[in-house]
Write a protein that binds this ligand. Structure first.
Ligand code: ADP
Ligand code: ZN
Length: 435
């Protein structure tokens, strides 16, 4: 079902009018209350009055992760701190974390975005939503939690980790939906299939809402088969509140973005010019309803494209293609651009392989090395080299044809690749670019 037909199915002309009104208000608020935005707009010679409709958005300055770090922690707040009700922060692997703060309305709108995604699988009263995203500063746990609450569902806040107990509760409490990263979902699926205590046939799961990291259709198929569910993509980022910026509908043909709250653009990351409709580039968001920390033209670094054709589900909200990766996840190995998600795609094409992998890149004698650890499913695992070759050769050929360079593939024993409970780590780049 559709959670909010008025917003999700609004005729596009009407949506542009709403976006224009909201953009004008957001820009005015930023200019008047956030010195950072006043300065940036003054430098570009743009005044709030110059923004008359959503078509003027390209006159506005961009915001980057570096800006957010410079303004840490509350420099971008546009309301008195007394109006703030919650603070979240992203993991921020280097330096200071990225902070987002929320007013009461911000929390309500955030839950609304997540609820729209859950409604796709008819989640409502009587359904139990198991939230296995981490609870804490990370937006995954509480974001999914509040979305489930808004749908009137039972919230089961298991958080991430403690896998044996998770799957026991999943069965005993009859969880109907699971929310976590796709890599943790895979780990849970594997644990269920190996368990002597629980069985997927005794479970009541029907939907999974997976996100917070890139995943492929191959991974989706595996999760759907193993968990007996329909698996939906849910997308979001801390800077735009968290998960629930968009999600897939029942057709699983692109991720609808909630454009009444987050205005998406695709730009060329080198020239910063807008891309033609349907072209791949960097996703940029302007928040249209955020109160505590409104953000203008935030460069996500996520690479994707937007699909404006109407969707069969009746929603008019624009769809986003799968995220290829973040531009800062992209590795350049021997001069070739390589995304971790390409490796996942290759692995899931072969039934003998697990979707787990780990890439190590190094530079030896001025040449890049590209090592790839993979795992055979236990039923295919063998220590015999000549047996391993049977599986390795086709995988090697597929990777070479997809990414264009030759990996050094190593088969690890079962569980030889670390399982993650949150966002999976897939790459170790040992090259020293300072030399
Ligand atoms: P961090 O920056 O520490 O990872 P966030 O949780 O805010 O913290 O991460 C947001 C990012 O996670 C997005 O910009 C995107 O790269 C990735 N992401 C979130 N959801 C998805 C998804 N459904 N598919 C692909 N990538 C996703
Ligand atoms: Zn749709």
């Amino acid at each position: 079902m559709i959670h909010n037909p008025q917003m999700e199915c609004m005729p596009r002309e009407e949506m542009r009018k709403l976006q224009s009104e909201r953009l004008i208000a957001t820009v005015k608020k930023c200019y008047e209350n956030v010195p950072f935005y006043k300065k940036k707009m003054d430098e570009l010679g743009v005044k709030p009055e110059d923004i008359k409709s959503i078509d003027d958005i390209s006159k506005l300055p961009f915001t980057t992760k570096y800006d957010l770090r410079d303004e840490y922690p509350f420099g971008l707040e546009a309301v008195p701190h007394t109006e703030v009700r919650r603070i979240h922060a992203s993991s921020g692997t280097t330096g200071k974390p990225v902070v987002d703060t929320y007013t009461e309305n911000d929390l309500r709108n955030w839950a609304e975005g997540v609820a729209r995604v859950m409604a796709v699988a008819d989640i409502g009263p009587g359904d139990t939503v198991q939230v296995s995203y981490g609870y804490g500063l990370f937006t995954g746990g509480l974001g999914a939690h509040d979305g489930a609450a808004l749908r009137g569902a039972v919230q089961l806040p298991t958080s991430a980790g403690n896998t044996e107990k998770q799957i026991m509760l999943m069965q005993d409490f009859g969880s109907n939906a699971l929310c976590c990263t796709p890599s943790y979902a895979m780990h849970l699926a594997e644990a269920i299939h190996e368990s002597k205590v629980v069985s997927v046939n005794k479970m009541k799961l029907r939907a999974g809402f997976f996100g917070a990291e890139p995943w492929t259709d191959g991974m989706r198929k595996e999760l759907e088969q193993k968990l007996h569910i329909k698996a939906y993509d849910i997308y979001g980022l801390t800077e735009m509140s968290g998960p629930g910026v968009g999600g897939e509908c029942e057709y699983q043909d692109g991720t609808h973005l909630w454009e009444d709250m987050f205005y998406p653009e695709i730009i060329n990351p080198d020239t910063l010019e807008p891309c033609a409709p349907g072209e791949f580039g960097e996703l940029v968001f302007t928040s249209l309803t955020k109160e505590a920390m409104p953000i203008l033209r935030y460069r996500t670094r996520d690479l994707t494209r937007l699909i404006y054709e109407p969707c069969r589900c009746g929603r008019t909200a624009v769809r986003m293609d799968r995220i290829l990766g973040r531009s800062d996840d992209m590795m350049i190995i021997r001069g070739v651009n390589v995304f971790p998600s390409q490796i996942e795609t290759c692995l899931t094409e072969f039934p003998a392989f697990q979707p787990y992998y780990f890439i190590t890149v190094d530079r030896v004698n001025n040449e890049d090395t590209f090592d790839l650890d993979v795992e055979l499913k236990p039923e295919f695992y063998t220590v015999e080299l000549h047996e391993q070759i049977k599986y390795l050769k086709p995988l090697f050929d597929r990777i070479v044809s997809m990414v264009g360079i030759k990996p050094n593939i190593h088969i690890k024993p079962p569980y030889g690749i670390e399982r993650s409970v949150g966002k999976a780590k897939h790459v170790l780049d040992k090259r020293d670019f300072t030399k």
